[in-house]
Design a protein around this ligand. Structure first.
Ligand code: ADP
Ligand code: MG
Length: 484
């Protein structure tokens, strides 16, 4: 007979312990289960460690969790065990199955290194400690933000290499659950690498990017970048989960993020006219997102510097509060400070030709120098600022703005070739023209000067994102004083 009340379970790990749970316990809904999973994840050194997660399962999720299954297909080894009595999962010790002697390597999974037992135990303890600290931090953040969604997972996904290794953040189990609970609503956008859908998750709107089957590298890269430690920022698209489904013959790669009903900046600017305040808010938010991306934060759990490599108005989303969020990290590169190395994206994808910096068009960008990627991002940012300024009113004539246009629209055809862009940007040294009316607005004048310093031919002369951010902050503060 099933118990009519919920049962109490041990919980551990960020996902499994609900907000405010006492003594590392949770209570299931009536008919729910306690569970324990053990799975292999990679630590920072690429060694395989075991990660144990314990918690409560609602009755309706038990099917998905496959309580009695020992292995989820298409993944690295993992076991889920469930039970139905108070605290019963304290005693569960799931064992991973011995790998068959002739295991052929699963594509995308690194070969597993053998580690001594003591190292395994020590690593597991570290993982547990980090998970606990991570949970604490996320709880603190959620409290402050009054956020009702469970913390988004910056944690290991199903692909072994995606593992950030620390075990902090939502484990695979929850990411998979989220992916399973998604209901697709309608297609809202197509890019080069996938189709983006509006979907629902537990009544909330989310965006789901479904990658084309040929674009596994982009999915992999984007997921990896989103799960980078300290990546979350209000001006970077909020990551929720990633999942890969399918059998040997087909796979579906999903990336679930926050949904922004205003769509991309490119679409938004077609119809919306900005005032100087709106323009400043947008510009400041984009450059704040980029400055955060470019910044490296030192320390053992610091953030590596990241360059985007495909900054353009179609890869920036407009939030409801008038700020923007940078999206589409399929091309991004990270700087590994300890090794003084750029971890080049493993895919062959290149950025958008129209927004390519002169040194990229000239094939002179030094790919071993991380700063060079940041400088190329700044060039593209300059073009985005130009797109926005055209749509900003000046003076009293509220509707006097330029029509929306892509940068270099008057110089190159609609899908410009590499050579088209090279001739204009490198050969003739042309940059987008700045209309005379901009001179009548202090805001537009300030932005016009900044964009010109961003798209300078000589990369080291360009402003950094942090410099642009500080200049805009100062400008805003000064204008506020003048208005008083
Ligand atoms: P791709 O890598 O294929 O270029 P993107 O991530 O750039 O894919 O998304 C393609 C388009 O889908 C964007 O230009 C935008 O119009 C729309 N889009 C993407 N993510 C969201 C989102 N979270 N909310 C609303 N629209 C989105
Ligand atoms: Mg895109």
């Amino acid at each position: 007979m099933r118990i009519s009340r919920g049962i109490v379970c041990e919980c551990s790990g960020v996902s499994a312990c609900p907000d405010g749970s006492a003594n590392s316990t949770c209570t299931t809904q009536p008919g729910g289960y306690c569970f324990v999973t053990v799975e292999e994840v990679l630590d920072d050194n690429g060694l395989v460690v075991l990660e144990r997660t314990a918690g409560c399962l609602p009755p309706d999720e038990s099917g998905f969790m496959q309580c009695k299954s020992s292995q989820v297909p298409h993944q690295h080894p993992k076991v889920i065990e469930c039970c139905e009595k108070d605290y019963c999962n304290r005693r569960l010790r799931p064992q991973l199955p011995e790998p068959p002697p002739d295991v052929t390597e699963t594509p995308g999974l690194r070969p597993t290194a053998t580690v001594p037992h003591t190292a395994l135990v020590a690593a597991a303890l570290c993982v547990a400690l980090l998970a606990f600290l991570g949970a604490f931090w996320l709880l603190f953040r959620m409290r402050r933000k009054g956020c009702k969604r469970p913390p988004s997972p910056p944690a290991p996904a199903h692909h072994a290499e995606i593992s950030s290794g620390s075990g902090s953040g939502l484990p695979l189990l929850v990411q998979r659950t989220v992916a399973k609970q998604i209901q697709m609503v309608e297609s809202i956008g197509k890019g080069r690498y996938g189709e983006v859908w509006l979907a629902r998750w537990r009544g909330e709107k989310v965006a789901v990017k479904v990658f084309f089957t040929t674009e596994e590298a982009s999915w992999f890269r984007e997921t990896e970048i989103y799960q980078t430690v300290l990546m979350r920022h209000e001006n970077i698209l909020g990551f929720i989960a990633a999942d890969i489904k399918g059998t040997g013959s087909w796979t579906q790669m999903l990336l679930i993020t926050d949904y922004h009903e205003n769509g991309s900046l490119h679409d938004y600017l077609q119809t919306v006219v900005l005032d100087t305040h709106g323009l400043m808010t947008m510009a400041y938010s984009i450059v704040s997102g980029l400055a955060h991306l470019h910044m490296d934060i030192f320390g053992t759990k610091g953030k590596p510097a990241i360059a985007h490599r495909d900054i353009k108005s179609k890869n920036i989303l407009v939030k409801r509060n008038g700020q923007c969020a940078i999206a589409d990290f399929g091309l991004a590169v990270r700087y590994v400070a300890e090794r003084n190395e750029v971890d080049i994206a493993p895919n062959t994808r290149v950025g958008t030709r129209r927004y390519m910096a002169p040194e990229v068009l000239d094939e002179k960008l030094d790919v071993t120098n991380f700063e060079a990627f940041k400088m190329a991002d700044m060039y593209s940012l300059g073009l985005v600022l130009w797109e926005m300024c055209r749509r900003c009113t000046t003076g009293d004539k509220a509707q006097y703005v330029e029509a929306y246009a892509l940068p270099y629209h008057e110089y190159v055809p609609s899908d410009p070739s590499f050579d088209d862009m090279h001739t204009v940007v490198v050969g003739k040294g042309i940059r987008p023209p700045q209309p005379a009316r901009w001179k009548s607005s202090a805001t537009l004048q300030a932005l016009a000067a900044l964009m010109a310093e961003c798209w300078h031919h000589n990369p080291p002369v360009r402003l950094t994102a942090l410099r642009v951010k500080k200049t805009l902050a100062k400008f805003r503060a000064e204008s506020a004083v003048k208005l008083v």
